[in-house]
Design a protein around this ligand. Sequence first.
Ligand SMILES: [Ca+2]
Ligand SMILES: [Ca+2]
Ligand SMILES: [Ca+2]
Ligand SMILES: [Ca+2]
Length: 179
Amino acid sequence: MPSRSITSHRRHQWPFRLLATMAVLAVAALVVPAVSSASNHKVDGVRAKLKHGTLEVKGSGEKDAVALRLKAGDPSRIQIDVGDDDAADFAFARQAVKRLAVHARGAEDLVRIDDANGVFTDTIPTTLDGEGGNDDLAGGAGAERLLGGDGNDSADGNGGDDLELLGAGDDNNNESERT
Ligand SMILES: [Ca+2]
Ligand SMILES: [Ca+2]
Ligand SMILES: [Ca+2]
Ligand SMILES: [Ca+2]
């Protein structure tokens, strides 16, 4: 009977379909996420690495803009946004970060803590060091250390018990109240 043979044919086919589905899932699991937490990785010359609990961000030596924020919808991740263009370039598990230090190096840099997705510098000791050049530093609601180094720096702690040491130069310390 032809109908019998079709039935047995279909029965032999389905394990192959299952194998094909499993192969597709295995390939999907290998896809690498776009945001990297790799330590030896640079974006526009800016490096971010986590070592012994210290998340250190180092500038390129050229003019940099760097924003640090929690990931939208996932406060367990800290993102580093090089270029401050709303596109995160590095991400680290917040739990693994015991201290945060940004060393912007020479040239006029913008370094800011972005609390848009939640405050994190209240629990993670944070230092923003503009180093040489006319830097623009902005803290978050927590207590940060803002260091200007040489150059005419501008700093705003944005609330919290901040320490601002802007070094040599014609510096502008404008602590504002957060609302
Ligand atoms: Ca970016
Ligand atoms: Ca600088
Ligand atoms: Ca602050
Ligand atoms: Ca200075």
